[in-house]
Design a binder for this molecule. Structure first.
Ligand code: ADP
Length: 439
């Protein structure tokens, strides 16, 4: 047979309230009878008044004791929250994973998001069994003993690395008794903050390293030119060329870093100027003709006769196609041709989009590198990238510009078969009708 402690204490409370009312009526009755007798029989006044006063005082003392005892009894057996208790409702409404423990460490109430942190926790069962992390159990024990709030950070490695912080707050409420406290456990997921922190640290380390390398080369050559090579004219010419290349590399790196931070700052603002992609891509190809000739690569473009208007920022979109075509010319030069195609297509999400592909026939990229290519400073081959004047930030820039334009970059490649970089941008809504008529 199961018993509901909440209901049991409710019944007790009702019974004692009824008996309390009866006692008050009894004392009032005695007092009224005494007053009537005193009024009717003046000769009995001294005999009645003294016992009546004593009886009323005794009854008042008895009632006050009873009230105190009842208060204590109520504290000894506090109503425990069940699923319908306001405390449970309150905890269920909290956004962070939250658990209420009774003084014995059993779960009184918890909300649904707890399952993401401690899936083994069950209502009515001891929390220590389900939590199992020594630091967490120790923090709960400390808070329970000292009655003071505690905080602990802990991490999990399986199924993936995650970090949490736990606040243990003792509660002295009507639920607590005999100085024992209930404990409120509030978890906070620190994983996103930690990831951003790690990325920031990595980024600063990478950027410093990238800048330090050309700077070290520049310093080295300056020393040599001031010392041993002071009068060596041919060495001076050679060193100055290298120094110029290193200085340009630093300038490119700083330029890319500044562009990245500018685009990130405006990441949430979607550019709204109508821009035609076709002339942008043609201009980029024209500007890179020298590089293409240098590398012996033939560049072809296949574009529709009508404009492909998207909402965009002209300079940023130019940057996207510059990076993609330049990469194809640099890394895919061995394929001897690069094909650029512009077209319109129906988007998976509905609506129409402009699709631009840059295809080369170079060595291609192994599958394991594909998901990481848009990370800052990620290169398949660092030496080759440096030799080509790369900063490792080109595709990171492309990705961020795409995000800001609500577009998408996809990369397909198989080693030995070249690579295809595809950029999809939603067509400018106002231009859809015009474009369709033109088509
Ligand atoms: P980088 O400044 O090094 O060119 P990117 O972010 O533009 O930086 O490119 C990252 C890396 O992706 C390059 O270092 C290169 O290893 C690889 N990559 C990019 N485009 C191609 C391509 N078309 N073919 C082969 N590898 C490529």
């Amino acid at each position: 047979m199961s018993m509901d402690p909440g209901n049991e204490s409710g019944v007790t409370a009702k019974a004692s309230a009824a008996s309390g009312r009866f006692d008050v009526w009894l004392i009032a009755g005695i007092a009224i009878v005494a007053i009537i007798l005193v009024a009717i029989r003046a000769d009995l006044r001294s005999v009645i008044v003294i016992p009546a006063v004593i009886a009323i005082a005794a009854a008042a003392w008895y009632l006050s004791r009873r009230a105190r005892d009842e208060g204590a009894t109520r504290q000894v057996s506090p109503p425990a929250p069940d699923g319908n208790h306001p405390v449970s409702e309150l905890i269920a409404a909290l956004p962070d994973p939250t658990v209420l423990l009774d003084p014995d460490g059993r779960v009184v109430a918890m909300n649904a998001s707890v399952s993401a942190v401690a899936p083994a926790l069950r209502q009515g069962e001891p929390a220590a069994l389900a939590l199992r992390i020594p630091d967490v159990i120790e923090a709960i024990r400390r808070a329970s003993l000292t009655g003071k709030s505690d905080r602990v950070e802990f991490s999990e490695r399986v199924p993936s690395e995650r970090w949490f912080e736990l606040f243990v707050t003792p509660l002295r409420t009507s639920l607590s008794s005999n100085g024992k406290v209930h404990l409120l456990l509030t978890f906070r997921d620190l994983t996103p903050i930690r990831r951003v922190e790690e990325m920031r640290v990595d980024f600063v380390a990478n950027a410093s390293h990238e800048l330090r390398t050309p700077l070290a080369a520049l310093s080295g050559f300056i020393e040599t030119l001031k010392g041993p090579a002071r009068n060596d004219v041919s060495a001076r010419e050679r060193f100055l060329d290298i120094m110029e290349a290193q200085a340009k590399r630093m300038a490119r790196l700083i330029d890319d870093l500044l562009s990245l931070s500018r685009i990130e700052l405006a990441a949430h603002v979607r550019p709204d100027t109508p821009v035609d992609l076709v002339p942008i891509v043609r201009q980029v190809i024209d500007a890179l003709q020298m590089l293409a000739r240098d590398r012996g690569v033939a560049v072809t473009i296949n574009a529709p006769p009508e404009p492909l208007i998207v909402s965009g920022n002209r300079d940023e979109l130019t940057r996207v196609f510059e990076n993609l075509v330049e990469n194809a010319l640099k890394y895919g030069a061995s394929g001897k041709r690069v094909e650029i195609t512009l077209s319109r297509a129906f988007a998976v999400s509905g609506g129409e989009e402009a699709v631009t592909t840059v295809r080369d026939y170079g060595p291609g990229i192994a599958a394991e590198h594909l998901p990481r290519l848009t990370e800052r400073f990620y290169r398949v081959d660092v030496t080759e990238s440096r030799e080509q004047g790369g900063t490792g930030l080109g595709l990171a820039l492309v990705k961020h510009i795409m995000n800001r334009h609500r577009g998408r970059l996809t990369i397909e490649s198989r080693p030995g078969e070249g690579a295809t970089f595809t950029v999809r941008l939603p067509l400018f809504a106002g231009a859809l009708g015009t474009a369709r008529k033109t088509a």
